[in-house]
Design a protein around this ligand. Structure first.
Ligand SMILES: *Cc1c(COP(=O)(O)O)cnc(C)c1O
Length: 397
């Protein structure tokens, strides 16, 4: 039977959707990075001053990490060749888990290939149909996907709204409850009220999963993360952090009570059914941990840059959002204005990404300035200058 509406190619519907996306100005594209990640990079054939990376401590291109990776490749090879539970669990992976447990001061740690996989693995292993997950509305996409995968009931509370969370917890009749929050929110830069979240979890006998992707290495006296920042400690906390941001490499880990880690080793499917990451990657993270622990100067330098930026942009037309972290979003408002400002800066050689809905709520399009210890005070000055120039050109036709 022949349908007249039958499309000419099997993928005509996809073509149509892409064309609509293009027409709406929402097409995403990749820039081509032609240098190592740093403050000054070469992208799409152009040298720019960049405020785009999550390389908060400037370790992604550090000689010690490169050397560790090279040496480990020479002794351990390039690939792991198997999953962790078969023969892929190399000595370097084991050393890294020990080091991460020591570094965070938590009983045990388990490494995952990426943060996305860690979140999927942990939530889907611990939670089942009939259980309840309470998640901040601004949590990272991987945590929402994880909740869907687990089939537990997902309830989202308004961003950092403890009263809303308390009401949802009170109404819940689920026997197993998990509160999930980004420790530092990736598009806002603000820090979750961890002590108050923990208190609510204790009152309602819920577990607390913290995703410290943007706090690990940066927050706390020695970069140990959000738990050190607040000085909180509790056996009901399941701490997760990534190793591709401040730690400069790739991967992620979960640290918690030994029994939680033992359970995840048996049940986290994104840990079990995947090839172990390359051993040299673990070796590079080990080198990063040593630098993070020993070198408070990097964190101090980053703090100085953050303070400088805040004071330099005090009277800017577009306000900085309330953040004390390396993520300093400049609130612009409309999608069009955010794009225009980002383009104006780029013509002056400064790259700051415009973040638009649906990544952030409607009407809150922003430039996500992210600072790194790789920046110099002169780089911050340059950013302030080009923003001031863009501001004075803004009303011109
Ligand atoms: C980056 C990020 C992740 C994902 O980590 P990857 O290692 O990049 O997969 C998870 N959660 C948050 C909050 C993040 O910012």
């Amino acid at each position: 039977m022949q349908h007249h509406s039958r499309p000419s190619t099997p993928f005509a519907e996809l073509e149509q959707e892409l064309a609509e996306r293009q027409a709406a100005g929402l097409m995403r594209r990749r820039r081509l990075l032609e240098s190592p990640q740093s403050a000054h990079i070469r992208v799409d054939g152009k040298d720019v001053l960049s405020f785009c990376s999550n390389d908060y401590l400037g370790l992604a291109n550090h000689p010690a990490l490169i050397a560790a990776m090279q040496q480990a490749a020479a002794s351990a090879g390039a690939g792991s060749g198997a999953s962790h539970l078969i023969t892929g669990h190399h000595v370097f992976h084991d050393m890294l888990e020990q080091a991460l447990a020591n570094f965070t001061g938590l009983p045990a740690a388990l490494c995952f290939s990426t943060g996305y996989m860690a979140n999927l693995g942990v939530v889907a292993a611990l939670m089942r149909r009939g259980d309840a997950i309470f998640a901040d509305r601004l949590n990272h996409a991987s945590l929402n996907d994880a909740a869907v995968l687990s089939r537990a009931d997902l309830q989202r509370y308004r961003h950092n709204d403890l009263e809303h969370l308390a009401r949802l917890l009170e109404k819940s009749s689920a026997t197993r409850k998990l509160v999930v929050a980004d420790a530092v929110f990736s598009m806002d830069g603000d820090i979750a009220p961890v002590p108050a979240l923990l208190e609510l979890c204790e009152r309602h006998d819920a577990w607390l999963l913290l995703d410290d992707a943007h706090g690990f290495g940066v927050l706390g006296t020695h970069g140990e993360g959000v738990l050190g920042h607040f000085g909180v400690r509790s056996p009901r906390i399941i701490y997760m952090a990534t190793l591709g941001k401040a730690a400069g490499v790739a991967g992620a880990f979960v640290a918690a009570e030994q029994v939680v880690i033992d359970y995840l080793l048996q049940h986290a499917r994104t840990y079990i059914y995947t090839t172990a990451s390359p051993p040299p990657q673990a070796a590079a993270v080990l080198a990063a941990l040593e630098l993070i622990a020993a070198d408070d100067a990097r964190r101090a330098h980053l703090q100085t840059l953050i303070a400088t930026l805040k004071s330099r942009l005090q009277s800017c037309r577009w306000p900085l959002m309330p953040s004390v972290t390396a993520i300093q979003p400049l609130l612009v408002g409309s999608n069009h204005d955010a794009l225009r400002l980002s383009e104006l800066l780029l013509t002056r050689g400064v790259l700051v990404p415009a973040i638009r809905p649906p990544t952030v709520p409607q009407g809150t399009a922003r430039l996500r300035i992210s600072l790194s210890a790789a920046h110099s005070p002169a780089d911050i000055e340059r950013l302030a200058t080009v923003l001031a120039e863009a501001e004075s050109d803004w009303e011109l036709p």
